[in-house]
Design a protein around this ligand. Structure first.
Ligand code: UD1
Length: 423
């Protein structure tokens, strides 16, 4: 295993280029199997999750090539419709293959994803939506087995106890493109990654209306063609670097982004008393030596993203005053709290709320990464802390951040990747 060794406090400067969005790329890669020929995708982030989905597709018989952020997928050889436990257990996102497999081949066998460190992650909405489209689904030895002769359009309410679901919307939307007749998804997720998926499917010939709103209408078509497509920039990676800039009191330019996707973050930074320079495709941090505490509630888009909650918490550990962070998407997603406290933060938990009392300084310490975004929060803490911070188990970070330490080094951050000594 590997770790990051970070020497803080860091002073950053320069420009960082943001990669393509992992969470847009995953459902788009899965949907590409609906095409008749070879799909070419540009701006693919070279991160572990993308390699995992590519391994699953290869296992199923597809031909996949990834080179310099371009991915080619030829699904013509697919002859297996199973996603085994070894793959699904490392990446829940692989669930977004379920809809495409059922739409194209009428069958799919998927290992049940189970829980993860950010709390229980049910898939009832995926199953409900696909059943409404005419899929028979049974649970067999830890696998969900789905079968259908031909999908049939329907009216589907996809809201759950925590609001809309991103990947359930992706699954049902993708499957409905090849269903007979019209499908209406109510309480659809509005995330930019869903809009990107819809734009990709439309380029393939799908008839989709209303993406980006809670009501999406799909008129099923018989066939989809393979296309070339460029993935949108990663708003979560962008938000992480913007917070790296502010927490280190540094002026940096975060480039190749769609600032419009980050309005909830910009709003909270301004509420904290900071200035944010917003350009057409960049955000420049305008640092200050002090910032105010702010309350955060995570919500589905356009609310504050749960995927930036941990990084925002790291930033608020150094604010003036007390911030309350309420997690409404994954109420148990607080595993980073104990680790941030090891760096000298003062955070207490009360159910799905974290109370962050601002401290004057953070101090370097040994901490352990637990999930993708929590790990990024620890890097933020380490950059701001005085002394050496070691973040172990960074394989979590490699799932979703492309060349994280290289990009930080280019900004002047003192961060190294080292082998972890065996205990
Ligand atoms: C996606 C993102 C993840 C992000 C999350 C929320 C990908 C690959 N992952 O995950 O990074 O944190 O959106 O923005 O895009 N739920 C149910 N039943 C279901 C499905 C979900 O109750 O069938 C609940 C979840 O437990 C959670 C909430 O709905 O409380 C939102 O989850 P969801 O939007 O589905 O997350 P993912 O799509 O898995």
């Amino acid at each position: 295993m590997e770790k990051f060794v970070i020497e803080g406090p860091a002073k950053l400067e320069g420009t960082v280029e943001i990669s393509g969005a992992k969470n847009a790329a995953l459902p788009i890669i899965c949907a590409s199997i609906l095409g008749e020929g070879k799909t070419v995708l540009y701006n693919i982030p070279e991160v572990k999750d993308i390699h995992t989905i590519s391994r699953i597709l290869t296992y199923m018989g597809a031909k996949v090539k990834i080179e310099k952020n371009t991915m080619e997928i030829d699904p013509s050889g697919i002859f297996k419709y199973t996603a085994p436990y070894e793959f699904v257990s490392t990446m829940r996102g692989s669930i977004c293959l379920l809809g495409p497999l059922l739409a194209k081949y009428g069958q799919a066998r998927f290992s049940m994803p189970g829980g993860c460190v950010i709390g229980p992650r049910p898939i009832d909405l995926h199953i409900k939506g696909l059943k409404k489209l005419g899929v028979e689904i049974i649970n067999e030895e830890g696998y969900i087995v789905g079968k259908t002769k031909r999908l049939k359009g329907n009216r589907i309410f996809l809201g759950g106890n925590f609001g809309s679901s991103v990947l359930a919307t992706a699954n049902v939307l993708t499957a409905a493109t090849l269903a007979k007749g019209e499908t209406i998804i109510e309480f659809a997720a509005c995330e930019p990654e869903i809009v990107d998926l819809a734009r990709f499917l439309k380029k393939m010939g799908a008839k989709i209306y209303g993406e980006g709103s809670h009501l999406i209408r799909i008129e099923g078509v018989k066939k989809l063609k393979s296309v070339e497509y460029t993935i949108i920039p990663d708003r979560i990676e962008a938000g992480t670097y913007i917070l790296c800039g502010y927490i280190t009191k540094s002026k940096i330019k975060v480039k190749n982004i769609i600032p419009f996707h980050l309005l909830s973050l910009i709003d909270k930074l301004e509420e904290a008393g900071l200035n944010v320079e917003v350009g057409e495709d960049y955000i420049e941090t305008k640092p200050k030596s002090k910032w105010n505490a702010v309350d955060i509630v995570t919500l589905p888009y356009p609310g504050f993203p749960t995927d930036l909650q941990a990084q925002m918490m790291a930033f608020l550990t150094l604010a003036d005053g007390i911030s309350v962070i309420t997690e409404k998407v994954f109420p148990e997603r607080f595993i980073h709290v104990g680790e941030l406290n090891r760096l000298g933060a003062n955070i207490t938990l009360d159910g799905s709320k974290a109370i962050v009392k601002g401290v004057r300084k953070l101090y370097g310490a040994k901490v352990m990464a637990s999930d993708l975004r929590a790990s990024a929060a620890l890097v933020l803490g380490g950059l701001a802390a005085e002394g050496i911070t070691e973040v172990s188990r960074i394989y979590h970070l490699d799932r979703g951040y492309e060349r994280f330490e290289e990009k930080l080094q280019k900004l002047g951050g003192k961060i190294k990747r080292e082998k972890e000594e065996k205990k």
